[in-house]
Write a protein that binds this ligand. Structure first.
Ligand code: G3P
Ligand code: CA
Length: 364
């Protein structure tokens, strides 16, 4: 019997079965796809993450000039495409820097761009951000639309018989609104078109902007007859991730309240989960023998909401000093801190980690 069970589990592993079975209820979210191996947010990176056995694939969403939703992390195009070479004059100046905003380009124009590993320009030269990852400007990749990606995932779900979920993020709703666009409404309409309408469907909708997350939950979802899971992402105020208009001027949204007692109760009024940065759960001053764990997970769980921290990477310098390895870091977060899932660029490693942990738990 034990042999048969082992065989069945091995077969599921080979077929790329969901970790939600093999890893108990803990999940793996492929951050921007299999972005440790292929350029982020390309359909190729999503297909790779799908077959690594991730439970959810992440989509960051921004809008084009002609109101199309594209899957891009930044609301500008210059970090991961050749836009500065193809459209040298189509930039805006932001804090003294040239930036090529997606919202200034039509989808047809964006489709002419080559997508690559992320880079910055130093002394006129493009320098790859993660040097050991897929080589910059090789092969051929493009920016996908949200719709193309939903079709890919639903197509794979049909051909494999699996049910891998999606984890879209509404990027910078304050910026889109200032440009006359309601990105949340557009994203929800697309989700509805593809059948993601209830909490039973495999979707989490995430956003850093608390005013917008609340609006989605309390206004837009009821208005559209939808009731999907919503996640409040948590940032440091200093990142300027969310801006709000005060006295006619954009100022950074102040996240301080989210780190105080009672915050999780407030968030639970409008969200099903939180997405904190790792150091918000385990402080950086932790050591291997003394982890400094905050109350965030405990309080979130006490208020019935899930916790999915970001971002788990194994690149140089990305594993905190208190963890001996990538897997040790996963062990700390999944089983000591007790998070419900993690966003990772290396879904394969997290899937295998959870499977091994579950086999051990079952004594296999
Ligand atoms: O959305 C969770 C995680 O992806 C947040 O970080 O900046 O990669 O979108 P970011
Ligand atoms: Ca994201």
């Amino acid at each position: 019997m034990k042999k048969l069970l082992s065989f069945l589990l091995l077969a599921l592993m080979v077929l790329g079965a969901s970790t939600a079975f093999a890893g108990g209820n803990k999940i793996v979210i492929a951050h921007r796809g299999a972005s440790g191996y292929l350029p982020e947010h390309t359909l190729e990176a999503k297909a790779a993450a799908y077959f690594m056995g991730a439970d959810y694939l992440e989509q960051d969403l921004v809008m084009t000039k002609d109101d199309q939703l594209v899957v891009l992390h930044d609301h500008y195009l210059d970090r991961i495409t050749d836009v500065m070479d193809k459209f040298p004059n189509r930039f805006r100046m932001v804090d003294g820097e040239k930036r090529w905003f997606a919202i200034d380009f039509t989808l047809a124009e964006i489709k002419t761009l080559n997508v690559t590993e992320g880079f910055t320009v130093k002394d006129g030269k493009k320098v790859q951000g993660f040097g050991a990852r897929f080589p910059m400007f090789t092969s051929s990749f493009e920016v996908p639309t949200f719709e193309e990606e939903l079709q890919l995932i639903q197509g794979l779900n049909k051909s494999t018989g699996k049910n891998v979920g999606i984890y879209p993020e509404i990027k910078a709703p304050w910026f889109h609104r200032a440009e006359g666009k309601d990105i949340s409404l557009a994203a929800l309409n697309m989700l509805k078109k593809y059948g993601y309408t209830t909490k039973g469907d495999k979707v989490y909708l995430q956003c850093f902007d608390p005013n917008e997350t609340r609006r989605i939950s309390k206004e837009l979802l009821p208005k559209l007859g939808m009731n999907i899971k919503v996640v409040q992402l948590i940032a440091e105020t200093s990142w300027n991730e969310t801006m709000e208009k005060k006295n006619g001027k954009f100022v950074p949204y102040n996240y301080d309240w989210m780190f105080k007692k009672g915050a999780m109760q407030r968030i639970a009024e409008y969200a099903d989960g939180i997405g904190p940065w790792k150091p918000m759960l385990v402080k950086d001053e932790s050591t291997r023998n003394h982890l400094v764990i905050t109350d965030m997970v405990k309080e979130a769980h006490a208020n019935g909401i899930e916790v999915h921290p970001y971002t788990f990477r194994l690149d140089n310098g990305r594993i905190p000093a208190y963890a001996a390895s990538f897997e040790d870091m996963l062990d700390i977060f999944y089983y000591t801190v007790d998070v419900d899932g993690v966003f990772t660029d290396y879904a394969d490693r997290a899937v295998n980690f959870l499977r091994r942990a579950e086999y051990q738990r079952q004594g296999l």
